[in-house]
Design a protein around this ligand. Structure first.
Ligand SMILES: Cc1ncc(COP(=O)(O)O)c(C=O)c1O
Length: 381
């Protein structure tokens, strides 16, 4: 399967809608719909299929691992980013006066910031790293905030608010210089940007299937660098994290030796069916091909926005952006509603209109949204 026009037939919504909202949720494919139907058919035909469900969870783990260029033993299957981040912080002591600081970028998703601040109840201090006037957060700002008391640095790969891409590799390097760990929430990148966890040198990567992985809510992942596993004991846990799930032993805590120690309860089986199907579309297209396709569309979009005299919030440098292009508006809610009335689905955050590009988008989609914006120039200046 390919990208652009060649794949559009898989996604019924594209027959009638210009869909530019993959930063919120990827479009539903026929393949994902069939996967959900298979789940229901199996339930009808055979009842509980525990062994098959465990096998499907392992299929999801394998797909996540391939997408990140990691080993399956470095991946936990979660229900959300929140579960993964809670698992990590639950394994860190945050003793007052000791290594108790969590450094977070201003572009973290609320769940990361809120979980970090919740650790204040356990002795943590949270340090915020704010963007400069141009909206980017240079690595130097992280370097100023990270010191020998930093336990964890959270740097989202792509800002869901502005489309800025952070230099995760450099931030991880600075974190490591100070003995800190580094987490990259990559929800807004995975599936649209080729992420190689080894090349990034980052300790943790988390994300989920709702957006560019084309699945539904309720399935996520946490990558944990294998060298760290032995020293990290999550205290947020569950029986699917145990070294022997079906031993049914309540006498101790004996987590799996690999990253499955960050799993928790019963796997989200229906979402795994959908997620594995969605990820198979991404894998067949190839993330590198998707990244190149999306980058070219973003370049076209930004050039068109410049012609309109709009304020593009997302960086122009292709290396500093990804599938999300944001543009400022003086009435963004109205803009989103008016475009929706023309069957152009975009979204908003802060004062920014968000246009998200994915493998199924084509130049026509970009031209269509630009034409709709050209008719509403007063909302852009
Ligand atoms: C960057 C980012 N992180 C996390 C989430 C969601 O977190 P969770 O899976 O805990 O709902 C989203 C989107 O919903 C996101 O865009």
């Amino acid at each position: 399967m390919s990208v652009g026009a060649a794949i559009r037939g898989e996604f019924p919504i594209l027959e009638h809608t210009t869909y530019l909202n993959s930063c919120s949720q990827g479009a539903l494919s026929q393949r994902v719909r069939r996967a959900y139907e298979d789940y229901l058919a199996g339930w009808d035909a055979r009842g509980a299929e525990w062994e098959h469900w465990v096998e499907r969870a392992e299929a999801a783990r394998g797909a996540f691992a391939r997408l990140l260029h990691a080993e399956p033993t470095e991946l936990a299957v979660t229900t959300s980013v929140s579960q993964g981040v809670n698992g990590i912080v639950s394994a860190l002591p945050f003793e007052r006066g000791g290594r108790n600081r969590i450094v977070i970028s201003e572009y973290e998703f609320p769940t990361v910031g809120q979980i970090a601040h919740a650790q204040e109840l356990r002795g943590a201090e949270v340090v915020h790293v704010r963007p400069g006037a141009d909206g980017s957060i240079p690595v130097e700002r992280f370097a100023e905030a990270i010191d020998d008391r930093t336990a964890l640095v959270c740097c989202t790969t792509m800002s869901y608010r502005t489309g800025h891409r952070q230099d995760v590799a450099e931030i991880a390097r600075v974190a490591h210089e100070h003995g800190a760990l580094c987490l990259a929430d990559s929800y807004q990148a995975v599936g649209a940007i080729d992420l190689d966890v080894r090349a990034l040198g980052v300790d943790f990567v988390t994300g989920g299937t709702v957006k560019y992985l084309l699945g539904s809510a309720g399935l996520g992942f946490l990558y944990v660098r294998r060298e760290l596993l032995a020293q990290l004991l999550p205290t947020q846990t569950g029986w699917f994290a145990d070294e022997d799930i079906f031993q049914m032993d309540i006498s101790d805590y004996s987590p799996a030796a690999d990253a499955r120690r960050f799993d928790a309860g019963t796997p989200p089986v229906p979402n795994i069916y959908g997620g594995v199907a969605g990820m198979s579309i991404i894998e067949e297209a190839g993330v590198a091909a998707i990244e190149a396709h999306v980058s070219a569309l973003a370049t076209r979009l930004i050039a068109g926005l410049d012609e309109l005299g709009a304020t593009v919030v997302t960086p122009r440098d292709p290396a500093a952006r990804g599938p999300l292009v944001c543009v400022w508006s003086n009435d963004v809610a109205r803009l989103v509603d008016e475009l929706a009335a023309e069957r152009i689905v975009v979204s908003l955050r802060d004062d920014n209109l968000r246009v998200a590009l994915h493998l199924y988008n084509v130049e026509d989609d970009v031209d269509r949204v630009l034409a709709a914006l050209a008719e509403r120039k007063p909302l852009l200046v």
